[in-house]
Ligand binder design. Sequence first.
Ligand code: UD1
Ligand code: CA
Length: 464
Amino acid sequence: MTSTSSNSAVPTAAIVLAAGTGSRMKSDLPKVMHAIAGRPMINHVLATLAGEKIAPVVVVVAAEMDGLTQAVAPHQTVVQKDRLGTGHAALQAKDALAGFSGDVLIVFGDTPFVGAETLRRMRAARGNASGVRGNAAGVKPTVVVLGFTPRDPGAYGRLIVGAKGLERIVEAKDATADELGVRLCNSGIMLCEAKVLWSLLAGVGNANAKGEYYLTDIVGLARKAGQTCAVVEGDEAELLGINSRAELAEAEAIFQRQYRQRVMAGGATLRAPETVYFSADTQVGRDVEIGPFTVFGPGVVVDDNVIIKGFCHIEGAHLAAGAVVGPYARLRPGADIGRAAHVGNFVEIKNATLEEGAKVNHLSYVGDARIGAKANIGAGTITANYDGFNKTHTDIGVGASIGSNTVLVAPVKVGDGAMTGAGAVVRKDVPADALAVNTARQENLEGFAANYRKQKSASKDKNK
Ligand code: UD1
Ligand code: CA
């Protein structure tokens, strides 16, 4: 009999360990603040916990990690003053969880992809005597450890399983050659009843290769006290621990592969999926086409039937249904591309609204602006929105036609249906349906070009 549903009702809090130096990252940024798909890795973990209603969440940080404290807000943080190991780190959350009497899940900020379904299986295993690898029949496990079998067990702790279930965890640095041969590894993630956890942690010492208080020791201590421990297994792709830039890149690749699949499963066509990069929050509708080498920064929403030709860089932008963007377009935060609007090559749009059917097709910068419905912005148009001190707004009316190479010196308004001549420098508002021209009038010198060529070729002959 499984008791998944009843057991998942056990209130579960979480401790997220994030105080490690991350020395192998060689970075001034705390390791868990390094981003995957545009989101600090710790925020991936927090999102998963939130989805499982695991609360409260206490994040263990080190001193002077203000950026991290902000990134995890409103979750509570506690400071681990000396980084004495994962066991010591977990113990720092004891006071913060003083009033809490359910189960406590310990997760690592550097293991960002642990899946919700895996956490559910761990919670089910805590209340379940059977069906868990290595569990002795009939006894509910005190500690449930999430294990996995990586292709390269490397520096991961090894799970030593005996006849009565999980016996202990040995860190790679402390392991014998035989133990290093064990392929079943510790993901670091554990689940234990709060009260039991505090008493087990109190018994952890630091007589080991690193001289640290290892969280992993609670398994051996529980066994010594006659309790049982169990292993639930997950996939390598979700349990990869990130300690170096190379592992960060590997995690990014895993995320991108999965997200591309998800976007395609949602009804979008990716012409060359392996060249498209998403953020963790990119939303893509149905019948969207995304060309090669397109990068989505955070905060992008793409509605149905949008075409994004290749080589675009898009962040903080909304693309309404039927919009056509690129190739080589850059949409920056606040770009709101209306229905069936077009943004062409070498166009940069920032904090600007293109209303339905508006077109900015070539070589333009549109910032802090509204472009009215069906307006056409000629090649090379620039909104001069910054005077070195302030940003100001440009407003282009419905159906307006902006001539090529127009400079719109903001703040300025071009009325509905108005036009500007090619090369205009527009410093004053243009009334509706007017034409603004301010380039010098053209003079044609009849025959000048022919005479010029004749003269020049004669002098060239003499010089020979
Ligand atoms: C740890 C496990 C190892 C497991 C591996 C999985 C221990 C002793 N070892 O090793 O069995 O296979 O994770 O990825 O638990 N941290 C603190 N304070 C500290 C030390 C660490 O908050 O004093 C945090 C780190 O920020 C990190 C996490 O704990 O998020 C893990 O620490 P790390 O040093 O990366 O442990 P590993 O050596 O990878
Ligand atoms: Ca680690």
